[in-house]
Design a protein around this ligand. Sequence first.
Ligand SMILES: Nc1ncnc2c1ncn2[C@@H]1O[C@H](COP(=O)(O)OP(=O)(O)OP(=O)(O)O)[C@@H](O)[C@H]1O
Ligand SMILES: Cc1ncsc1CCO
Length: 280
Amino acid sequence: MSYIKLLREQNPLVICLTNDVVKNFTANGLLAVGASPAMSSCIEDLEDLLPYAKALLVNIGTVNPELATFYKKAVALANKLNVPVVLDPVACSAGAFRKKIAMDLLEEHQITLLRGNAAEIAALVNDKRNELKSGNSSQVQEVVSKGVDSEGVSNPGQLAEQAAKLFGMTSIVTGPVDGISNGVKTVEVAHGSAMMPLVVGTGCLLGAFLGSFIGIEPGSESSKEDFVFHSALHGLTAYSLAGEMAEAECKRLYNKVEPGSFQIEFLNALYRIQDSDVEA
Ligand SMILES: Nc1ncnc2c1ncn2[C@@H]1O[C@H](COP(=O)(O)OP(=O)(O)OP(=O)(O)O)[C@@H](O)[C@H]1O
Ligand SMILES: Cc1ncsc1CCO
């Protein structure tokens, strides 16, 4: 399916409740691919905007107790309005406060897509397994948390599948190789650039970016569950390929790849990426 073409025709409104570090980069990344970003900070505003939205992103990167309450209300409203929700549990592996907020959102509300790095998703999977007191938690690869990012796992597809099964939603584990699973289908995507983790917010923007893909109106008979998986996989692949395109463009323009120029070229690549690049 021509997801990127449809996205650009439809300009889906993606409402982002995201952290203070990445708001500008997130809005620019969504505009570059052809989506329509809006940041929002209170439930009164969301009550006006969310009826028009095609997706809601909740990224807990700079959460505080007041924001945690807002996020819960926001996700409850999105569920009521049938707006799909992407959850990015930023650094939930680094502290109990963040992890509880992410777990509460996962367990008390309907999240459509969970996106995190390996440490974050492993922390949630381990917690859920302990809570269920069933199965063998040694199946879950232990990942040492380093704060807001991690070096990844050797089997991100397997970790994504475990998260998808335990939480009952499509899950994505990112890193040098990405994994996506809905518990039935699991795919690994081995593209991207080693410069991506050196630009803050490439993971955070990805959550919003994927929101714009799952927010596309398919205009076909594909099932809703399949659509989330396939549109998110297309978006995930496009995003990693854009990383490769940005790296190639930095080499062409500057004969070297550095974070500042990479950030600019990455936005340019999101603007240029086509369905044919993903399908090649
Ligand atoms: N070493 C790498 N090589 C290629 N691509 C990478 C590498 N590390 C991360 N990526 C890509 O970078 C993007 C962000 O993934 P990452 O796991 O770094 O997110 P994150 O840790 O949540 O980032 P942030 O907290 O900065 O937003 C993904 O598209 C992923 O494929
Ligand atoms: C650096 C940082 N601190 C809180 S959120 C954030 C961005 C994570 O991508």
